[in-house]
Design a protein around this ligand. Structure first.
Ligand code: SF4
Length: 172
């Protein structure tokens, strides 16, 4: 897995102050994508144990709220093992931080039959607090939306959604 960028004090991709990790590689190719440079799976730097240590260190200050993983596409099959390793470490060592993940796949695609399904997908979903799902659709773009780019995208409270079997939207 390659990392396009890490923002260590991000306030745009989830509540509070966050570490945001932009993974490389995305096949959705949404017209109007905010981060086209990260479609390339080899863009940026290789994800290593040092990357992981850096993220953990940056998440440690008391005022940090959580980790956001976006891209690129965190659920591209090539990225899932790396994203899972990172989130597992955050869960183990920073249990008070929340975890948000952005995906161009819908939750139905991630849980149903789609090219996103791998041996890691279900465990990954079980560790996420909020999933922002769905492709960016330019015709539904709305700059007044909080933490998402187009109206079709949802901020899903994932534990409640998975437990109830129906979409439960995140509500701070
Ligand atoms: S899913 Fe995200 S990164 Fe991929 S093309 Fe769409 S907006 Fe861009």
């Amino acid at each position: 897995m390659y990392i396009a960028e890490i923002k260590n004090r991000d306030i745009a991709n989830g509540p509070g102050v966050r570490v945001s990790v932009f993974v490389s590689g995305c096949r959705h190719k949404c017209p109007g994508c905010f981060n086209e440079i990260a479609w390339d799976f080899d863009f940026g730097k290789e994800y290593t144990k040092e990357t992981e240590e850096y993220v953990l260190t940056e998440l440690a200050p008391y005022y940090m709220r959580g980790l956001t993983v976006l891209g690129g596409e965190p659920f591209e099959p090539e990225n899932q093992a790396g994203v899972l390793a990172l989130i597992k470490r955050v869960r183990a060592e920073q249990p008070n931080r929340d975890v948000w993940v952005y995906s161009g796949f819908t939750l139905d695609e991630l849980t149903g039959e789609s090219r996103a399904r791998t041996e890691y997908t279900d465990e990954l979903l079980s560790l996420i607090d909020v999933l922002v799902d769905g492709r960016f659709i330019f015709a539904e773009k709305d700059i007044t939306l909080r933490f998402r780019g187009s109206r079709n995208q949802r901020l899903l409270d994932l534990p409640k959604t998975l437990a109830s079997g129906k979409p439960v939207l995140w509500d701070e």
